[in-house]
Design a protein around this ligand. Sequence first.
Ligand SMILES: [Zn+2]
Ligand SMILES: [Zn+2]
Length: 199
Amino acid sequence: MTKTVHIIIACLDALPPSRVQRLVEVFPFPTKLDLVRLSLPKKAFTKKSGKWHAERILSYLSNQLKHLKQDKHWTTRAHIRKILGIVDVDLYFKKPSYLFGLSEFGNDAVISVHRLKPHFYGEAHDEELFQERAFKVAAHELGHAFGLGHCRTKRCIMTYAKTVGNIDDQHDEFCNPCKEKLIVSVSKKSSKVKLKSKG
Ligand SMILES: [Zn+2]
Ligand SMILES: [Zn+2]
């Protein structure tokens, strides 16, 4: 029997993009979403760059997840539980550039919607486009959190995206080989490989 995978969307001082609700449809296994609101951990802020350290946010999130697991509300019989942080500030990891997201393979993920808004690039607000990008980045980073690497299948949601243009070129779904890998990853429970994936 396929058990449900439980994804906790943690909004860290950010509004949840409504399109992330579609995450329940994009994975090839039953998925349940829950939303929590948390504050950004101040220790993750770097004064010098004015950006937030993505890895520190990830470790804060995995700590929060330990507490949340004890909450009776979440006694869902999920054999896998992931936490996806959403922030609306600039993230960085190692190099002081920026990130759309960071994930630890087989663990949790964080995304930033900050650079997904058209007006960040001086363009007119386009809610549809923003929501679509937020959904794709969320699914992509969760893909890493389930153990997927970058994919070379044209337009697969797991293709590497350096710019918003690359995100816009992606389809809003996983290609078939990626879906197969997701099923294998969930049936094996999770890999413990401690590799980080930027973007
Ligand atoms: Zn793929
Ligand atoms: Zn990636």
